[in-house]
Design a protein around this ligand. Structure first.
Ligand code: AMP
Length: 442
């Protein structure tokens, strides 16, 4: 069968890489793709937002399944448009994608369905939002309602910061219509965990746990980024916690969406905070996370295409997920300056020195897998074209070994002004030592 993947980041590279392993697939296209994806799929120069052009392309090439990587086309209704034309597509429709597309929708849904989340209030009026802030206690979190490319959440330590955030979102409209409403919510303290599930609208399968490192600098300092690295499994997610998340969050979400007439198909990503008062939802996303996808999909033993087809066709109950018992780590190599201003166009060297090996024999060197994010081909060279450039990924028998193996691969690669964190996974090692029932103990 022929598959089209929509998107151009590290998440789409791992999706293409994983789809390519399926015996069901003989041709993969990626729109628009990137410098690394071009080596394993045919990249086509169509943007994810160009829904009519994508439909035309899928019809012309007789593509059997389309997989949507990023949230924006899902929230814009790409699944509805494809399904109207009788085309098979993996992901939630527009109504279901509101779980990510509108924070007000998602918070109100959680309240209706008794899913634990931070206390909040929603406002569509700037004066009322500010009146509320005047009596609030701090720190507090201000969120633009709609999609804001990961930048719509402001953690405010005092009233002045919170008022400024509300002004920027609702008055200056820095996120355009996404700032028509705001959510103001309690600031949760704890550790963040990502749990992903794939659903067919009724049944779901859980993917193994992962944690990412959102801050730019070591020791989780500095501004938030799209993610500077990740690991799977996350030792902090013990078997009991995993079961609790399934019972209190994932299951009621899938059931609630169905009973409210918006069955959720595709990837449900629950961003969670493990607080003193138990597990709470920070946010839902309606697609794979990046770089969590790199580590979770690398460890998945199933044929991902079988799972995606089962999600589209409503037969996920027949699927049992299976996982590589090894740990997996992804270190993001970024352009210096990111998440602020950075330069692009520099040549990346050393890529061919990392030989991809998935199941190495004992006499074989473990080298790693390089997932490209912000790269493009420039003649024979691969050059940087974005803030997060590469996601270098590798396995190990335990988290410590996976970290070591990954950094060996990272050290082989270079480009001008390259920056990466040197402590990806360090938190996981700490949990392994502190939590007796931590997952991944050997
Ligand atoms: P979101 O886009 O809602 O996931 O928020 C992005 C990031 O902001 C999360 O991954 C958290 O690090 C942080 N965040 C969001 N909501 C809260 C909250 N209520 N308390 C503390 N941190 C939060």
């Amino acid at each position: 069968m022929k598959v089209l993947v929509i998107g151009s980041g590290g998440r789409e590279h791992v999706l293409v890489w994983k789809i390519k392993q399926s015996p069901l697939v003989d041709k993969i296209y990626c729109a628009p793709g990137n410098g690394g994806i071009g080596a394993i799929a045919e990249c086509v120069d169509i943007n994810g937002g160009a829904i009519p052009t994508l439909i035309e392309f899928v019809k012309e090439k007789k593509i059997d399944l389309t997989v949507v990587g990023p949230e924006a086309p899902l929230v814009a209704g790409i699944v509805d448009a494809f399904e109207k034309e009788g085309l098979k597509v993996f992901g939630p429709n527009r109504q279901a994608a509101q779980l990510e597309g509108s924070k007000v929708f998602s918070k109100e849904f959680m309240v209706r369905n008794k899913i634990p989340t931070a206390d909040f209030k929603a406002f569509d009026n700037i004066d009322e939002a500010k009146e509320f802030l005047a009596k609030a206690s701090f720190p507090i979190v201000v969120k633009a309602d709609g999609l804001a490319a990961g930048k719509g959440v402001v953690l405010c330590k005092d009233l002045a910061e919170a008022q400024k955030a509300v002004d920027k979102i609702m008055q200056e409209k820095v996120f355009k219509d996404a700032g028509h409403k705001v959510v103001i919510e309690e600031c949760l303290i704890g550790e963040e965990i990502s749990i992903l599930a794939i659903s067919d609208g009724e049944c779901f399968c859980l993917l193994d746990s992962s944690q990412d490192h959102k801050r730019i600098f070591d020791e989780d300092l500095g501004p938030n980024t799209g993610g500077m690295g990740a690991y799977s499994p996350a030792p902090i997610v013990t078997r009991d916690l995993f079961k609790e998340i399934e019972a209190r969050i994932i299951e009621p979400t899938i059931r609630g969406m169905k009973s409210e007439g918006m069955p959720f198909k595709g990837v449900l990503y629950a961003g969670l905070m493990l607080t003193e008062n138990g597990i709470k939802v920070l946010e839902f996303n309606v697609r794979f996370g990046d770089p969590e996808a790199q580590v979770v999909l690398s460890r998945m033993k199933n044929d991902i295409v079988e799972i995606m087809l089962a999600s589209c066709e409503g037969c996920l109950n027949e699927i049992q997920t299976q996982w590589d018992p090894r740990s997996c780590v992804c270190v993001v190599m970024s352009a210096g300056g990111y998440p602020g201003k950075y330069e692009t166009g520099g040549e990346i060297t050393g890529l061919n020195d990392v030989i991809e090996t998935q199941s190495p024999r004992p006499d074989e060197k473990i080298d790693g897998i390089i997932f490209h994010a912000g790269t493009k081909k420039d003649g024979e060279k691969i050059v940087t074209s974005g803030g997060r450039v590469l996601g270098v990924t590798n396995f190990g028998d335990d988290i410590e070994q996976a970290i070591k193996n990954t950094y060996v691969a990272v050290e082989k690669i270079s480009f001008e002004h390259c920056f990466f964190r040197r402590d990806i996974g360090a938190r996981a090692i700490k949990h392994m030592q502190e939590i007796p029932e931590a997952i991944g103990q050997r």
